[in-house]
Design a binder for this molecule. Sequence first.
Ligand code: NAP
Ligand code: ZN
Ligand code: ZN
Length: 347
Amino acid sequence: MIPSKGYAAQSATSDLAPWNFERRTLGPHDVQFDIQFCGVCHSDLHQIKDDWGGSIYPMVPGHEIVGKVVQVGSHVTKFKVGDIAGTGCLVDSCRSCDNCKEGLEQYCLKGRTDTYNALGQDGVTPTYGGYSDSIVVHEDFVLHISDKLDLAAVAPLLCAGITTYSPLRHWKVGKGHKLAVLGLGGLGHMAVKFGVSFGAEVTVLSTSASKEADAKKLGAHNFVVTSDEAQLTSVAGTFDFILDTVSAPHDLNLYLSLLRVNGVHICVGVPPTPYQVHAFSLIGGRRSLAGSLIGGLPETQEMLDYCAEHGIVSEIEMIDIKNIHEAYHRMEKGDVRYRFVIDMATL
Ligand code: NAP
Ligand code: ZN
Ligand code: ZN
């Protein structure tokens, strides 16, 4: 076994604190990489607090992981020592179901293995995430990272990036479409960048009037403060797509009314409580309510390559790991600009 150190939550109510644990000894197809940077996703906070139920402790969060390969198993062909590597939200899946065979490992029919707060495919071994010094992952679940971009700003692409890229690609959002991005946080700001890059007219729908200048800098064409009724009314029935990245409970019926006929409201945010949707909100405009979960391995690599080619990275605020609770506190207030990234050298 490989001795490792990280930051872990011991229960839903305890603060994160230093914790020593072990990574598995490398199998023939395993890659070990030292973690240089790890992004802080709102899902980390949801899972630490057990917002969604079923959390496993001790929990080492973190699924936006980049670093340098330090060891490879005897049969590894895709990576060598010294390569820059990344891992996102997935570290394994059954690899044999129809979805896995299609590269949609996130929808594995037998149950995917998340990077943390999950059990391995053996059903017993817990997984530990990126708030740690190094990680061991099967080479099929490790991504190649270009050295063209700032590595710390690339880390958030592994979750915030792919989670917004994947639905925009699936629904072929682009030129001629009006896209609204609901919530300008980690996911939201990446949705703006991709939406603009794909040619859509992008409107940010935000609770924070103070984010307007940033939204425009990110490339958004319009900005609407959702608490301002007049502003909301002015965009009623206008959007082809709404990409909903909000982490807290909110009224979907209100936002569905902003969609035009045939419009699609795509949920990626996962508030702790279920939505209540009135049938009239959908039938009144033949609207669809949809959802999307991260992205599979082939599409994640495609997204990373697209970002390298187009110079797309996350807007980040680098933090020392000992300040993680302050970062969570700001995240809960919607005050993230626009992704915290932990400098793992501070561990
Ligand atoms: P984040 O950085 O905290 O951003 C969330 C944004 O939502 C906030 O910045 C805020 O933007 C807005 N917001 C917060 N509270 C709100 C409220 N009460 N009403 C309306 N808007 C509110 O979080 P994130 O890391 O982007 O994650 C967002 C959500 O996506 C989380 O629930 C996370 O678990 C989920 N997620 C899902 C997937 C997936 O695969 N589907 C992957 C990753 C994350 P404004 O200030 O602009 O209003
Ligand atoms: Zn995430
Ligand atoms: Zn599968």
